[in-house]
Design a protein around this ligand. Structure first.
Ligand code: 3PG
Length: 311
């Protein structure tokens, strides 16, 4: 019987599906990750969320054949090292996109209407209406960097706001952009024209540090930048420098280290959340179903479409 280890907070539906299909499943979100791996070193499949799958973890599981990232971003997995051991790594594209897209809408509204500081102030007994003069999303120009599953859903969910959508995505066919109501532009054009820019690209060698002083200088005073993607895409020091010179609203969900502790962006983020994008019951359920079904398809039908390390 093939053993699957799920050492993470993933909806139990994944384990149910896999057990029904004859897999042995260990679902354990309480034992520390490394210890859990050690206790289940005979597993052939590892299903994770953002746990770090390092060479040490891979070496600790000699029978490992498949790592499934129940989610989109796989920067936490050493995919090259996995390849050297003939281990396939796959993600579950689209499974949690709606959770992230809705968080982006929440960020926009919270940032424009000062929801968090106004709540704190009102609880304190203050009545700071003039301090919390807000802005409206309706009719704004919204720039989306990256029009994959999440970027496209952001556009769809914002459908009622009568916004103008500018988008950058080198892989999106122009006819698809036209169909979803997005004008394709360069990154420079988006930063110069948008009232709100939201990032939906992976962090990699091409995108690391992409949102830098040059782009931030182009933004209109009062413009909003939303990062629910990965922290390395933005240059924090540059945001700090530009914010000292003109008003910018920065809403942030992602960190160098996604864990408890002080956050280096605390002084520049107007809204900051602990990587909650995909943290909805619905997204967790969808990711669990996809991870389990993709595992079954991989072993039973040889379907490797979602494998991300076919070098
Ligand atoms: C993703 O890459 O799927 C999202 O950033 C969510 O990550 P999480 O599963 O660690 O919440």
């Amino acid at each position: 019987m093939r053993k699957v280890l799920i050492p993470t907070k993933l909806d139990a539906k994944a384990a149910d599906i896999l057990r029904d299909r004859g897999y042995e499943v260990v679902l354990d979100a309480t034992t520390p990750f490394e210890e859990c791996v050690k206790n289940n070193s005979d597993a052939e499949v590892l299903i994770v969320r953002s746990e770090k799958v390092t060479p040490e973890i891979i070496d600790a599981m000699p029978k490992l054949r498949l790592v499934v990232r129940a989610g989109a971003g796989y920067n936490t997995i050493d995919i090259k090292y996995a390849r050297t051991k003939s281990i396939d790594v796959m993600n579950t594209p689209g499974a949690n996109s709606n959770g992230v897209a809705e968080e982006v809408v929440a960020m926009m509204l919270a940032g424009y209407r000062h929801v968090v500081p106004a709540d704190i102030s009102t609880r304190r007994g203050d009545w700071e209406k003039s301090k919390f003069m807000g802005r409206e999303v309706t009719g704004k120009t919204i720039g989306i960097i990256g029009l994959g599953h999440i970027g496209q859903l952001v556009v769809k969910r914002l459908g009622g706001f009568e916004a103008t959508f500018l988008g950058y995505d080198p892989f999106l066919p122009p006819e698809v952009a036209e169909k979803i109501g997005v004008k394709l532009c360069t990154v420079d054009e988006i930063f110069a024209q948008a009232d709100i820019v939201t990032l939906h690209i992976p962090e990699n060698d091409e995108t690391r540090g992409m949102v830098n002083r040059r782009l931030l200088d182009m933004m209109k005073p009062g413009a909003m930048l939303i990062n629910c993607a990965r922290s390395g895409i933005v240059n924090e020091a540059d945001i700090r420098a530009v914010k000292a010179e003109k008003p910018l609203v920065f809403c942030n969900d992602v960190y160098v280290k996604d864990a408890a502790g002080e956050k280096s962006v605390a002084d520049i983020a107007d809204v900051m959340l602990p990587h909650l994008g995909a943290n909805t019951k619905e997204a967790n359920f969808n990711a669990a179903v996809k991870a389990a079904e993709q595992t079954c398809d991989y072993f039973e039908k040889g379907i490797t479409r979602a494998v991300v390390n076919k070098f």
